[in-house]
Design a protein around this ligand. Sequence first.
Ligand SMILES: [Zn+2]
Length: 269
Amino acid sequence: MDEDRLRQWIARHRRIFALTGAGCSTASGIPDYRDENGEWKRRPPVMIQAFRSDPAVYRRYWARAYAGWPRFSSVAPSAAHLAFAAWESVGTLHQLVTQNVDRLHQRAGSRAVIDLHGRLDLVICLACGARLERTAVQASMADENPGWLAEAVSAPDGDADIADAAIESFTAPGCTVCGGQLKPDVVFFGENVPVPRYQQARDAFADADALLVAGSSLMVYSGFRFVRLAHEAGLPIAIVNRGLTRGDDLAELKISQDVGSALAAALAP
Ligand SMILES: [Zn+2]
């Protein structure tokens, strides 16, 4: 049984560094960007350079984000999030690092989480550095776009599919302090993880005795590099992910199963 193998693997280690990805949140209703072969399922996410330099890209991003937020922000933690929260309070979980920006680990009760790619519920001004609550930015977008309606289809990262004509009529938000461009406090494609945050994860990793990857295809290098580091340091690696990952060849245990059910079974008392 895979659950038994995972349970035994976890029991063999005392300080497990866990890296989680989109596969933990799909059961909550947040779709994944990639299919089981690690390929894009849909249009790839926006690049930071285009976001900053092209007003049409900026407006499209915020129109889709505005429409997708109510649903994105209202989903509940999944079995995977709950399993990690329970593990933190009683077990051998040394550090939880997530690539997800949905804060569902925290909402499930996990306390010491490193949000490697940031969080979607905060917004920063690219001009003056002001930090705003996403709910406040949502409210100001509603004020600026009275009657703006779009048939939104749920998409990754709180994004939503909207007709081009609707996007053209959307008024994009600006900083309430200086009028500058706003960006959710997440690492966009084309950006690096902020150095202090990466260093915090590296410091925790230095004290770990094993690496568990849960629900990530590891296609993004910021996650994959922990697998490389573990491999170079001779740390055992286990991967739980439905579908292929970039780290499969380096893992001593690979479980191709839903993260929530696999972890819940492996961590059950
Ligand atoms: Zn500003």
